[in-house]
Design a protein around this ligand. Structure first.
Ligand code: IMP
Ligand code: MG
Length: 191
């Protein structure tokens, strides 16, 4: 496996900055949902997992967590297909509950808009989105996002839950990939 340092262009968001922002988002959500007794955070697997586990501990009201898996990016691809397939659905009914969808990153908005459509058909009491990162320049479908951790430019990022060909999700920071270097290094992985 290649060491990430060989293709890391730059650290975009260091660990401390992520921690601070996640705490702020948690405080904001705690205030906004203070009166709610039915908050459920829905995490989109797998990219949102790291963010979810930090964010949920920064929220100071009772809440439930649920997971949903959708496929939009194939390994090696850098474009959203516009097609979203649900490969793991929720276990519980979200009817009449306050639903907060937890996303790692919003790019074209294709994934999110399909998921929102599906969830709203189940008639939750409220439905909002919190995303760690927002690649606002890439939006193809307008989506209403209530909480954004960091708006970022159109660069491929990895770490803190975000993957590069399914690896490096465990890095504690968000880094930018040097695509040229990565392309050259990648075939060597298979040797
Ligand atoms: P969208 O449907 O184009 O909005 O795609 C969103 C999904 O694409 C995210 O949930 C990520 O899984 C993936 N994605 C988009 N940009 C990046 C990136 O820069 N790094 C890693 N994954 C990304
Ligand atoms: Mg994702």
């Amino acid at each position: 496996m290649i060491n990430y340092e060989e293709f890391l262009f730059e650290i975009l968001i260091p660990e401390e900055k992520l921690k601070k922002r996640v705490l702020e988002l948690g405080e904001q959500i705690t205030q906004d949902y203070g009166g709610s007794s039915s908050l459920v955070l829905i995490c989109i697997l797998r990219g949102g997992v790291v963010f979810l586990t930090d964010l949920m501990r920064a929220i100071d009201i009772p809440l439930a967590i649920e997971f949903m898996a959708v496929e939009s990016y194939g390994t090696g691809l850098r474009e959203s297909s516009g097609q979203v397939r649900i490969s793991h659905d929720l276990r519980t009914d979200i009817h009449n509950r306050d639903v907060l969808l937890v996303e790692d990153i919003i790019d074209s908005g294709q994934t999110l808009s399909s998921v929102l459509e599906l969830l709203s058909a189940r008639k939750p009491k409220s439905l909002e989105v919190v995303t760690l990162l927002d690649k606002y320049d890439r939006r193809e479908i307008p989506v209403n996002v209530k909480y954004v951790g960091f708006p970022i430019e159109n660069k491929f990022v990895f770490g803190y839950g975000l993957d590069l060909d399914d690896l490096y999700r465990n890095l504690p920071f968000v880094g930018v990939v040097d695509e040229e270097k990565y392309k050259l290094l990648k075939p060597k992985q298979k040797e």
